[in-house]
Design a protein around this ligand. Structure first.
Ligand code: S3P
Length: 475
């Protein structure tokens, strides 16, 4: 048997900078660190990813609701997930960090959550707060949820609406924004809910609320989104069933009021974080890297599919299953990319990857059209607007519409040289740093701190591969 070419690549040391304690978890909006990415030589080596953010939030939440002790291995220790850990403690669960990435959660059982003594502040974490509002907002006590200046600007009506139908009282001064106070009813009402936007967060909030609701709750999902909640609920012993009709519409039914059994969850590497080194490896000339342990759940692989269509030299080795999720090592070599049209129906499977795809598009010959991506306007920032502005400032031709982004690229390096603002958005920050590695002049971001919400080891891991970053002195 021949060794796949990508396994000849040397092993880069794995940074272990993921050790912030859960008690010091909130992002500080005042301490901004400006950072610049410099044109870099070939990136080479192997990178081990931090744990998947979606799976990490869900593992902490299901662990907190199960009866007994769950073990979580490979948990992402980014600020968003640490906010969820702190929230589960505030509801009375015993959440303990044993070693880097290794956590134990002693759950309270369905009906065991306690009224928190303080406001639950989720910082920047949209997934954390939306899922927690389902899980805990349905309980028969009042909880006030809030977040940072990015999170309080994001729409929450999509969560409030189904929860109101289940009997939750919701007070929000602005109607559909945080802060919001949720008080669950004495007897929650099981509902049938057709998810009006393609959103795994909405689907998951209803499924998590259903766990504390006697009877059968049904969620109808016309457009499939990431299915980690369904997979993990099955593993924790929930009575959940999914059927798919001829048009691909999914109907998910769950029986509430039943106990969950504690589990051992091994969290696979985050494909949304993998997107940054993968695209850096494709656009920095001469690069050859392996991104190890990348989750390959088919509801998350839209970016890989798109990059292959664009001509990427990308292969997957060592496919295996970890805690019910498919994973593999993604091997990439610098490639001559060309533009493609990304169809709207692919959006849910790569929703967080469009900002960095736009960077790949800037180095791809011709036009890359990203259609049906209006949801990007209500992420941690308006990602269509932020990418269009930052790419233009760095010499890339872009056209933005309400739900579309078109990038006109070329194989010669874009000019670079501009500083961009990141608006508390980790993926905007990392995307422009990746652009700076392949541009003619450095690209600076005004604030690198948000990167810690999802990929705390980004800078060290990328530096180990050969990426060059430099702190920018601020006045
Ligand atoms: C997530 C779902 C997506 C995604 C987010 C994580 C999840 O959001 O953008 O980063 O873990 O369920 P939407 O549900 O709003 O599409």
């Amino acid at each position: 048997m021949t060794t796949p070419a990508c396994y000849a690549i040397r092993t880069a040391p794995i940074g272990d900078k993921t050790t912030r304690s859960a008690s010091s978890q909130m992002p500080t909006e005042s301490a901004k660190e400006s950072l610049r990415a410099l044109p870099s030589g070939p990136l080479t080596g192997r990178l081990r990813l931090p744990g998947d953010k979606s799976v990490s939030h869900r593992a902490l939440m299901l662990g907190a609701l199960a009866s007994g002790e769950s073990s979580l291995d490979g948990l992402l220790e980014g600020e968003d997930v640490l906010a969820t850990a702190a929230a589960m403690r505030a509801f009375g669960a015993n959440v303990e960090r044993i070693a880097p990435g290794e956590w134990r959660v002693h759950g309270l059982g369905v009906g065991g959550f306690l009224e928190p003594e303080t406001v639950i502040d989720f910082g920047n974490a949209g997934t954390g707060v939306r899922l927690a509002m389902g899980l805990a907002g349905i309980q028969g006590f009042a909880t006030t949820f809030t977040g940072d200046s990015s999170l309080v600007g994001r729409p929450m009506g999509r969560i409030f609406d189904p929860l109101r139908r289940m009997g939750v009282q919701i007070l929000s001064r602005s109607g559909d924004r945080l802060p919001g106070t949720l008080r669950g009813p004495e007897t929650p009402i099981p509902i049938e809910y057709r998810v009006p936007v393609a959103s795994a967060q909405v689907k998951s909030a209803v499924l998590l609320a259903a766990l504390s609701t006697r009877g059968t709750t049904t969620v109808i999902e016309p457009v499939p989104t990431r299915d980690h909640t369904e997979r993990m609920l099955t593993a924790f012993g929930a009575a959940i069933e999914t059927t798919v009709d001829g048009d691909g519409v999914r109907t998910i039914s769950i029986e509430g009021g039943l106990d969950l059994k504690p589990q051992t969850v091994v969290v696979p590497g985050d494909p949304s974080s993998a997107a940054f080194p993968i695209i850096a490896g494709l656009i920095v000339k001469g690069s050859e890297i392996v991104v190890e342990n990348t989750m390959l759940n088919p509801t998350r692989t839209g970016l890989i599919e798109t990059l292959i269509e664009m001509g990427a030299d990308l292969t997957i080795e060592n496919r295996r299953t970890v805690s019910g999720e498919e994973v593999g090592d993604v091997c990439v070599r610098a490639s001559e990319l060309h533009g493609v049209t990304v169809p709207p129906e692919r959006a849910p499977s790569m929703i967080d990857e469009y900002p960095v795809l736009a960077v790949a598009a800037a180095l791809a010959e011709g036009e890359t059209r990203m259609e049906g991506i209006g949801e990007l306007r209500v992420k941690e920032s308006d990602r269509i607007g932020m990418m269009a502005a930052g790419l233009k400032a760095n010499g890339v031709a872009v056209e933005a519409g309400p739900d579309r982004l078109v990038v006109r690229g070329g194989s010669t390096a874009p000019a670079g040289g501009a500083a961009v603002s990141t608006s508390l958005d980790h993926r905007i920050a990392m995307s422009f740093l990746v652009l700076g590695l392949a541009a003619a002049e450095p690209v600076a971001i005004d604030d690198a701190d948000p990167i810690a919400t999802s990929f705390p080891t980004f800078r060290d891991s990328m530096t180990d591969l050969g990426a060059r970053f430099e702190a920018v002195a601020t006045a």
